[in-house]
Ligand binder design. Sequence first.
Ligand code: NAD
Length: 476
Amino acid sequence: MSPRNEPTFRESVDLMFNRAVALMDLAPGLEEKIRVCNATYTVRFGVRLRGQIQTFVGYRSVHSEHMEPVKGGIRYAPSVNQDEVEALAALMTYKCALVEAPFGGSKGGLCIDPRNYDEHELEQITRRFAYELAKRDLINPSQNVPAPDMGTGEREMAWMADQYARMNTTDINARACVTGKPLNAGGISGRVEATGRGVQYALREFFRDPRDMAKAGLTGSLDGKRVIVQGLGNVGYHAAKFLAEEDGCIITGIIERDGALFNPDGLDVAAVHNWMRSHGGIAGFPDAAHTAEGGAVMEEDCDILIPAALEGVINLENAARIKAPLIIEAANGPVTAGADDVLRQKGTVIIPDMYANAGGVTVSYFEWVKNLSHIRFGRMQRRQEEAQHKLIIDELERLSADSGVGWQLSPDFKQKYMRGAGELELVRSGLDDTMRIAYQSMRDVWHGRDDVEDLRTAAYLVAIGKVADSYRAKGL
Ligand code: NAD
């Protein structure tokens, strides 16, 4: 995506890392130890399809094992390569540290365009890939726990979990070998929406502090803010939908593979998503102008730009023309290191990927804990909580009647107050708490240090500090 004279994705991540460590006082050699990718495994395997053997190339990279298991998604895309997988694995290390998910960083990928295969073929390919990884403990509940990423979802995770279970018939924790599974295969409520939900919680936290808004030249709240989103997949769709339906944002632009839709009065995100699913693209959607030149819509005037598709889409070629004062990196690595410099000089505020899309790994962490504890969250306490709340309500009503005051609690209040938290409520609460606390740790550094001018450097400082602490505790 980015012009040839720009660093690769991996180099971009390292440049941003280097900018942060220059401000730190790490023990000699520790910086190098944290930066490098520990190991990358390349696998080439054959699957008999359509009467002949087809060979596939896949990767699983482990960036840092300061905590185990290591964690990170598996991506299916024709463009997957070692550099990309290693960059994404490094980002996972920093992301997990920042949001205090007790994992090291890893990432995987398979060079494949999943749209070229039917479901049965994809299952064969996925099971074979999972077999190759599980054989080497690169899928394992206590060593390495994959999750969905671009081109994969619940279906692929269920196949992988089942493949691992078939190979490890006596492992009672087999289900914890991957996250992002469907509910009926050991998944957790709220995982599919988690990354988009996390983007929403991140923006809510940003808009809670007038100092942060002032840095971007924004005022007020999320209500009425004009948003452009690139990529209406899992992350982009949920983020845009929640922001529009729950926070009053106006989604003015949606950019997809086949161009972009633009409507200054706002697009109906769910309707565009339905159209895309039934037509294979966004072109032809009524109630909006369509342009085949999707990239140009990223440069339109708006308050918030959400790149939620691929890396390198904001680069030296277009960075100067980006008008949005606030960019939230829902995708991994959408802004190159060069573009980051240009945008910082312009005063654009960037909420960095390692924080912005951490909702996925956060809820994956909850799913892994659920699998290891073999019980759904809320199962023990929900009805007990409801009974306690009912006691209070009954007592209030009795006091009101006995004293002759005659207060009536509204049925709506009673219903809401009496409901004990189920799994989805608990997951959202845990995610909200995680996103707020992690943001606050970045904010403290951003506003508290004169030598830190942006949130990305602040995020790296917090994350690297935590990884360094882990290494120190291990005696390194
Ligand atoms: P996805 O496959 O569900 O969606 C990606 C979307 O981007 C698709 O709709 C696709 O058509 C669109 N797209 C592809 N190429 C495009 C282009 N050139 N221009 C515009 N749109 C294009 O993937 P996802 O899971 O939503 O992941 C998106 C990004 O978020 C990736 O960078 C991924 O690493 C990151 N991420 C995902 C998760 C997760 O939980 N799924 C978690 C953290 C980070």
